[in-house]
Design a protein around this ligand. Structure first.
Ligand code: KIV
Length: 271
């Protein structure tokens, strides 16, 4: 029987089984109760409370400004909306790099205060000590390699990563390190599809791609992007499933018109 037909909760173990069976994993972001409830009901496997909340919810240019308290607020809202999905929360910039004690403290706060099921961290060998320490405490960790938006000022651009052999080899080694360290999954963002396929074959844990082609174990998108709420962002890897932004604008325009023309509320909509 496919794991999709079971009403049981998705766990890191279920994701591992899905990889072994060749069943693709579907992941989307959510930052609030209402969106989480809808995408959980629709059968999503994992919800990522991404630090993309910094862009999507708060309107910042990068993911850097969002704080640990803000991530905990978003994550606890998401947790109240779900029944089945595995909820993974980004450790925000500045809460885990370079200090493994602080990393553990940040991860524990997320798990305790939001009720989330796992954390995600950007980077490879440079954050190994922090990853090891968090894993030792029994907290599931998902890695994130390739384009890592928290390092945008180091890269200086959002273009495709690891096109050159040296960077590709480093990424492959980092993925193997994350696998061996005990991470339960790895996100690969905006890298050549061929390299992503090679990584997915080389590691034992599920590899979830965003702009990394189809030969990986699953896909993740920012829900506001795939629903067409964020209209200005349209990279090649993004498929829009709805023009929700346009539909919302039209609905609000109609409401404004109805109020002005005293068409709303009508006789049935009053007490
Ligand atoms: O923050 C986020 O939404 C992410 C995804 C793009 C993978 O990290």
């Amino acid at each position: 029987m496919s794991v999709h037909n079971q009403t049981k909760r998705v766990t890191t173990r279920v994701l591992q089984e899905m990889k072994l069976k060749g069943e693709k994993i579907a992941m989307l972001t959510a930052y609030d109760y209402s969106m989480a409830k809808i995408i959980d009901q629709a059968g999503i496997d994992c919800i990522l409370v991404g630090d993309s909340a910094s862009n999507v919810m708060a309107g910042h240019e990068t993911t850097l400004p969002i704080t640990l308290d803000q991530m905990i607020y978003h994550a606890s809202s998401v947790i109240r909306g779900i029944q089945r999905s595995l909820v993974i929360v980004d450790l925000p910039f500045g809460t885990y790099q370079g200090n493994s004690k602080e990393a553990l403290h940040s991860a524990i706060r997320i798990m305790k205060e939001s009720g989330a099921h796992a954390v995600k961290m950007e980077g490879g060998s440079e954050i190994k000590e922090s990853i090891d320490r968090i894993l030792t405490a029994g907290i599931p960790v998902m890695g994130h390699l390739g384009l890592t938006p928290q390092s945008i000022y180091k890269f200086g651009t959002y273009v495709v990563r690891a096109k050159e052999e040296e960077e590709a080899e480093r990424l492959l080694q980092d993925a193997k390190m994350l696998d061996e360290a005990g991470c339960f999954g790895i996100v690969l963002e905006k890298i050549p599809a061929k390299l992503a396929a090679q990584v997915a074959k080389s590691v034992s844990v599920p590899v979830i791609g965003i702009g990394a082609g189809s030969e990986v174990d699953g896909q993740v998108l920012v829900s506001h992007d795939m629903l067409g709420i964020t209209q200005e962002f349209s990279p090649r890897f993004l498929r829009r499933y709805l023009d929700m932004g346009d539909q919302m604008i039209n609905a609000v325009k109609q409401y404004v018109q109805d109020v002005r023309e005293v068409d709303f509320p009508n006789d049935q909509e009053r007490y």
